[in-house]
Design a protein. Structure first.
Length: 339
């Protein structure tokens, strides 16, 4: 019998951690949202690496589509390596981190604050150096995360972002759906992904597709396939894959598609049809394909969160099938020290 991994145990805790975040941190997020409504930022910049940067992709799509505020990613190296100090008066700088200890993130966040930005830090360790320099700290409340592969901290980053956007937009329907999210995550954890494990057991590479907020889930899935399963997975927007990357799809080439429940669905469906026409082995999440996992329905903005929760259980099983230890990927550490 295969021993349960730390990754699986921690991912399974996500529903309880999301409930704790809602219980303990909602007031602080609502207070920040009120501040942003009273003094709207002229733009938002995100500062993150790894899984946290995938969560920042989710933030960009939600903020731009639901609040219509221009949002962009700030490359940490512009501050840590090139010592740039952009002017950021009137900007909201959103730094996202599990540890709050990566030197390049701290340098970029400090530069943003020094440039006049309102620095909001979403971090799992509210005593970290990154939290120390923040104007506002939003604890992720994910609890200790020991596996190198982040799971529940990614989920709680997404839910903190969703709560902030919903509160900022005063979207009661989305807030109600976030309150009900722990149950949806529990159900997603129990979904069956056997076909995915069987299809990917002996592969060397694949594409992962998404669109809109769901592109963040595609990015996170591709990252997890790399670090835990040794698979060369590339994430693409369902629109972008129709350009150069489509040339590599051939008979039997595996493609995972995270199908959204919003305006992006038409584009994802079109990409699926095009890939299937070239012979791809399509593995669909959230579509009408009865061979895929059954993903609980939720608010369209939260669908990517529910989808990635189920995927985490699949990728843990796939790692075991391929003989990998997801808790200790080669050449990686929990806190990445980069400039």
């Amino acid at each position: 019998m295969v021993a349960e991994t730390a990754m699986a145990r921690e991912a399974a805790e996500a529903p309880a951690r999301v409930a704790a975040q809602w219980r303990n941190g909602a007031d602080a997020i609502h207070a920040l949202a009120a501040q942003l409504r009273a003094n709207p930022p002229r733009a938002v910049v995100t500062i993150a690496r790894g899984s946290s940067d995938n969560a920042a992709t989710y933030a960009r799509y939600l903020i731009e589509t639901r609040l219509e505020v221009l949002t962009a990613s700030l490359a940490p190296s512009t501050a840590s390596v090139f010592t740039a100090r952009p002017e950021m008066a009137g900007v909201l700088a959103l730094a996202i981190s599990q540890s709050g200890r990566s030197p390049d993130l701290i340098a970029a966040a400090q530069a943003a604050r020094d440039g006049g930005a309102l620095l909001v830090v979403m971090v799992n360790d509210p005593t970290s150096p990154l939290a120390d320099i923040a104007n506002v700290v939003i604890p992720l409340d994910a609890g200790p995360e020991l596996s190198v592969a982040a799971t529940k901290s990614f989920i709680t980053s997404m839910t903190a972002i969703a709560t902030l956007v919903a509160a900022w937009a005063e979207d009661d329907a989305m807030l109600d759906a976030i309150a009900a999210l722990p149950d949806q995550l529990t159900r997603a954890w129990g979904s069956r992904w056997d076909r995915f494990v069987n299809a990917l057991a002996d592969e060397v590479g694949l594409y992962v597709l998404g669109r809109g907020p769901g592109f963040a889930t595609a990015q996170e899935a591709a990252l997890k396939l790399k670090e835990t399963c040794g698979l060369h997975a590339e994430a693409f927007s369902a629109a972008e894959v129709r350009h150069g990357p489509m040339a590599l799809i051939h008979s039997g080439f595996p493609v995972i598609a995270f199908v959204p429940d919003d305006a992006g669905r038409e584009g994802v469906d079109a990409a699926i049809a095009a890939a299937r026409a070239q012979g791809a082995t399509m593995l669909e999440v959230g579509s009408d394909d009865p061979r895929g996992p059954v993903i609980p329905r939720t608010h369209p903005a939260l669908t990517p969160i529910v989808q990635i929760q189920g995927f985490y259980r699949m990728v843990d099983a796939l790692a075991a099938r391929r003989g990998h230890d997801p808790d200790n990927p080669p050449h990686l550490a929990k806190v990445t020290s980069t400039r």
